[in-house]
Design a binder for this molecule. Structure first.
Ligand SMILES: Nc1ncnc2c1ncn2[C@@H]1O[C@H](COP(=O)(O)OP(=O)(O)OP(=O)(O)O)[C@@H](O)[C@H]1O
Length: 587
């Protein structure tokens, strides 16, 4: 999807403020107080300086006061104003930061939620490193631009408006003369803004590529090292890093140029005011006090205007990042709607099922298969035949491009995908564990499971003894991807997790490789218990599994080419026999 234009993105970001209207209102109030206090400085500075420089009585707010009274009272007023301003700014900063943080937490949660709903095909098109860079680089940029922008736009914007109004009220003619330059500043800023946004988008893209490259090389470092690929890895890193540096150089140049340009134009305006004012004062000495207040207000304008122009460049970078975030979040995800799937009671029937990957490869070319409820069907076939693809279709990860899958007679598309997955337990060949405790890993499919249920599942998976022997028991941490457990132990935890889901259908990619004989026996015993009484579709790697199956389906080139019992298929003396001869199924 093409990135949306930025006004839309900005409006969309502002939409995230809606739930926090009160916080925003409180922040704006605090800013108003701070802005009023800043303007009041300008009003008192002129009379104060006049009282210091001359002996004559000075008029403040229509009251004529002698110089010594003014000198006694005005410093107290200045301190009081400073106090009010400091307090208001402190409040304003805190409130706006809190608001920005909440908005960003919502945005981050929204993005993550959208990612979690995407099918595997979405992730195949993107590098995980690139997606990570959205969280690690883009989200903080948006966050910074929102918190900074809110704070600065409200605080500095109000102060600038208050000070400009003050200048106008002090002397309208002088105001018009001085600030004639203001519209002139808008033109270069606008040009800067457009170029800066383009450069920011390019540098973010470049950073994403750099993150992807680094993540992939580091994740697979042992292989990179084993093949002596460090130099090549470093070279490709340097190429990407140079690209990123080039984009950043352009971005920093533009960012650096905004503030000085605004500053230069502002100072030119003030210089003109001084020149004009000096001439006007010689004609009208009464103007001197007003001129001092005017200049004080104009100089006080310097800080908010400088801060606003700095904010502008951050906001533009943040907008470019937000555009990238929304482009990802707006990718359509398959809807989770339809009828609820009930436990399978009759059969799972596949009629001419076809499936094509995004690159156009047709991995299933018309699979016909009946999996009767409560029976075991073993899939055998050479590597690349389409066995795993079949599981992807059944789990709703890959839509079928032809044919039908019927769940007790109901087409799979008519059933709610999450309810089908609720009925199905998928045990992949390589168990997937997450860093966290044993309990955390077991509860993946059933977060509400009690400890008693966890122990029951562990016992059924033949994993109870080893978990009891762990110092922390259920609270023992398993390490990243379960690295603190053996392969067999990881596999048995994965089985216990499947038990907890109480599935009616089991999709099993039989775990055999990388297990020693003792582990294999334990895992095999757990598997046997898991399969008992359930409808099982198993990608078989062991002869015993194939022999025990009620139906064996031989898959080749995306089709079921033979099916029957072990004895029937042996008698056929066809593909099955040849597969056994080729060692596709281990003894
Ligand atoms: N994500 C993908 N994108 C494109 N093609 C794919 C993808 N996954 C698998 N394929 C292709 O689809 C075909 C079937 O693959 P599949 O993984 O289903 O085979 P398999 O029978 O499970 O093989 P193995 O026993 O080696 O795991 C293969 O030609 C494979 O290259």
């Amino acid at each position: 999807m093409a990135p949306r234009p930025s006004p839309h993105v900005y409006r969309r970001l502002l939409g995230y403020l809606r739930p926090y209207r009160q916080l925003l209102a409180a922040g704006v109030c605090a800013s108003l107080v701070a802005a009023a206090a800043t303007s009041a400085y300008a009003w008192v500075v002129g009379p104060l300086l006049r009282a210091v420089l001359t002996d004559q009585p000075v008029t403040v707010a229509g009251v004529s006061l002698p110089g010594d009274v003014l000198l006694r009272r005005l410093p107290l007023v200045v301190v009081a104003l400073a106090l009010v301003k400091a307090l208001a700014q402190f409040l304003q900063g805190g409130l706006m930061q809190r608001l920005g943080q909440r908005v960003m937490a919502d945005l981050r949660g929204f993005l993550y939620g959208r990612l979690l709903g995407q099918p595997p095909a979405f992730f195949e098109r993107r590098h995980s490193g690139e997606l990570l860079s959205r969280f690690t680089s883009d989200v903080p940029l948006v966050e910074f631009s929102i918190t900074q922008a809110l704070s600065s736009y409200v605080k500095d914007g109000l102060q600038a408006v208050a000070l400009l109004t003050t200048c106008f009220l002090i002397d309208a003619k002088l105001f018009l003369f001085t600030f004639i330059v203001v519209p002139v500043t808008v033109l270069p800023i606008n040009r800067f803004a457009r170029s800066l946004k383009k450069v920011a988008a390019r540098s973010l893209q470049s950073l994403g590529a750099l993150t992807s490259l680094t993540a992939e090389q580091l994740q697979n470092l042992p292989v990179v090292q084993a093949y002596g690929g460090q130099t090549r890895a470093l070279e490709s890193f340097d190429v990407e890093a140079d690209k990123y540096l080039g984009e950043m150089r352009r971005s920093l140049f533009l960012r650096g140029a905004v503030s000085p340009t605004v500053e230069l134009l502002g100072i030119a305006g003030v210089a003109m005011a001084v020149a004009w004012g000096a001439r006007a004062v010689s004609a009208d000495p009464e103007l001197a006090g007003r001129l001092l207040s005017f200049l004080a207000a104009a100089l006080l304008l310097y800080q908010p205007v400088k801060s606003l122009s700095g904010t502008l460049s951050q906001v533009l970078t943040g907008l470019a990042a937000a555009e990238r975030l929304f482009a990802i979040a707006d990718e359509p995800s398959p809807p989770d709607t339809g009828d609820a799937a009930h436990p399978l009671s009759q059969a799972l029937v596949l009629e001419g099922v076809k499936a094509t990957y995004q690159d156009g490869r047709e991995a299933l070319r018309g699979v016909d298969l009946v999996v009767p409820a409560g029976k075991r069907v073993a899939l055998v076939g050479p590597s690349g035949a389409g066995k795993t693809t079949l599981f992807s279709v059944l789990l709703g990860f890959l839509p079928s491009s032809g044919g039908r899958v019927l769940w007790d007679g109901a087409p799979l598309e008519s059933l709610k995908p999450s309810s089908v997955r609720g009925q199905v337990a998928w045990v992949p060949q390589e168990p997937v564990l997450f860093s966290g405790t044993v309990r955390h890993n077991l509860r993946l499919g059933r977060p509400e499971a009690t400890d008693a249920e966890l122990w029951e599942a562990l016992a059924l998976a033949h994993a109870e003894d080893f978990v009891r022997a762990l110092p922390g028991g259920l609270d023992e941490s398993v390490g990243e991807r379960g690295s603190r457990l053996s392969g067999g132990q990881r596999q048995r935890l994965a089985l216990a997790r499947a038990f907890l889901c109480k599935p009616s259908v089991l999709l099993l990619d039989e775990p055999t490789s990388a297990l020693d004989a003792a582990s294999e026996a334990a895992v095999g015993a757990g598997l046997e218990t898991l399969m008992r009484g359930r409808t099982v579709l198993v990608i078989a790697h062991r002869l015993s599994t194939v022999r025990d199956a009620d139906v064996i389906a031989v898959v080749e080139e995306g089709r079921v080419v033979e099916s029957g019992t072990h004895a029937e298929l042996l008698a056929l003396r066809g593909r099955y026999l040849r597969l056994l001869g080729e060692g596709a199924v281990a003894a």
